[in-house]
Write a protein that binds this ligand. Structure first.
Ligand SMILES: [Zn+2]
Length: 211
């Protein structure tokens, strides 16, 4: 599962400071308060926009690994929320998706990216971000009812340069229900069930490690 690693750092600042080393997790997000203290479980690597790491912890009761995703990263896809959002903002401002694709020619796709590939790349990101903004507007009508479902409208309303990164904080309690790239991987049901079962049985086996 993933938890938010709240940070105002940019990707560059995080990578330079090796800030994944500062991530702390004192309370287990799966087990009842005070009954489980997760142990450090190394890091995993993300390659985009350049190599950096995400701190991991592990719940000893359920064997679940917990990634501490800093606010600038998109979840379950490569890259940062701000790069993703900027591509969508430019597509919104362009006369057509084709024109935006031609201009963007995403460099995280293949080096010699063709126009049809770039168009698919832009369409996918437009759809993901619009669907995220629409969902979030529904969750927070008091704040966002006046917005249209565009990056520009959300940035203006929130007064920020990256709406998605701001929404990580604003929507914190909904993150495990929201889809990627804003939402975070929720705790596994099986982890919760195993925890319950272990509580009920007298001598549970040690939980298996899980990547
Ligand atoms: Zn735990």
């Amino acid at each position: 599962m993933q938890l938010r690693y709240p940070t105002k750092l940019t990707f560059e600042e995080y990578a330079t400071a090796r800030a994944w080393q500062d991530a702390r997790l004192d309370a287990c997000p799966i087990c009842p308060t005070g009954q489980c203290r997760p142990e450090g479980h190394g890091t995993y690597m993300r390659k985009m926009p350049a190599v950096a790491y995400v701190a991991r912890f592990r719940c000893l009761t359920t064997g679940t690994t917990i990634g501490m995703l800093p606010d600038f990263y998109a979840s379950r896809m490569p890259g940062t929320l701000s790069d993703l959002e900027e591509a969508v903002a430019r597509a919104e401002a362009a006369p057509s998706v084709e024109a935006a694709a031609n201009e963007l020619r995403p460099d995280d796709a293949e080096p010699a990216v063709t126009l049809p590939t770039a168009v698919r790349w832009v369409r996918l990101r437009l759809a993901m971000v619009r669907s995220t903004l629409a969902t979030v507007r529904g969750l927070l009508p008091e704040l966002l009812e006046c917005c249209v479902v565009t990056v520009r409208s959300f940035r203006e309303r929130l007064g920020v340069g990256c709406a998605l990164m701001a929404l990580r904080e604003i929507c914190e309690r909904h993150l495990h229900q929201l889809p990627a790239p804003l939402g975070l991987v929720p705790p596994p049901e099986s982890g919760r069930l195993r925890w319950k079962r272990d509580q009920q049985s007298s001598g549970p086996d040690p939980p298996p490690a899980k990547a």
